[in-house]
Write a protein that binds this ligand. Sequence first.
Ligand SMILES: [Zn+2]
Ligand SMILES: [Zn+2]
Length: 346
Amino acid sequence: MRVDLFHTYKVQFYRSNAHIPNKEALLFEIVFLGTSASAPSVHRGLSSQVVIHDEFRFLIDCGEGTQRQILQSGLGFKRLNRVLITHGHLDHILGLAGLLSTFMRWETIDKLEIYGGQWALDRISDLIYSIVLRGAKPPMDLQLLQIKAGIIFDEDDFTVTAFPVWHRGPDCFGYLFEEKTRRPFLPEKADELSIPPGPWRRDLVNGKSITLPDGRVIHPDQVLGEERPGSRLAHVGDVGRTDELLQAVRDVDTLIIEATYMQEETEMAEKFAHLTARQAAELAVTAGVKYLILTHISRRYRERDVLAEAQAVFPHTIVARDFDAFQVRRGECMKVEQIKEAANAK
Ligand SMILES: [Zn+2]
Ligand SMILES: [Zn+2]
């Protein structure tokens, strides 16, 4: 029942969001497509999630079975042409083969960019060119793009920054999504000044002074509010150490990070370069993050035990399930179902 209700709502949610003017959409959304560690379980698919900001969509990792999860989530393949890879382990990349195979029969996108460290891209290149394509032409403009730590996307109102992550194998990355600081447009001030809607208001929003037909000169300061810092969302895939992450994830509104083990198996966690739920929660405390979402959950544990271990250290913790969706705003992380409840209550 939960899935049915959620699915129905989610479709509405994405539709309604399309109507929000770009400048007003001060948020990132994250949809979890797969939340299992290493192998899928009955309830969890392999690692994959989508981060959405305005018309931008970033698929982070693409474990086996991701294309079916995309269909089930109601997201669809449209505009899903940027893939950010955390690292080259098979539980994070095998789904790219299936996705490409589908695109070869049924073209839905004209460009696919896959970003990652060199080690991950080498393996992805083998998978795509040796196994899937075998000499055939890619069904779209396909690019494997090597990244280094630093800003990898700098758009009008947000940036995506890659930062190094310590796991088994070189070149593993986490991703930080940050909205740029901006000054909101105050329509009531514009009305008071009798500024007609249209290009004049747009110029003011963009920081340009305007001259109205009646000769009055209006400066942006007259219609813009106080500077508002944007929201910040950090995603860390598999990782075995938290000390090097501190700077990258400090004070973020939401941190998504793996919790493959529990404290009773710390040695295993160390051996395979993963975190325990408790270590993830301790990072959240030390880094001063607002909300913590745990993923990459092992089927050896019960979800509620993982949650309890983390919440004992950091109460604002959620364990993600497949198809969970969240909105991340400044100081806030809201599950989409809660928004649904709020809408129903009106
Ligand atoms: Zn993994
Ligand atoms: Zn891994």
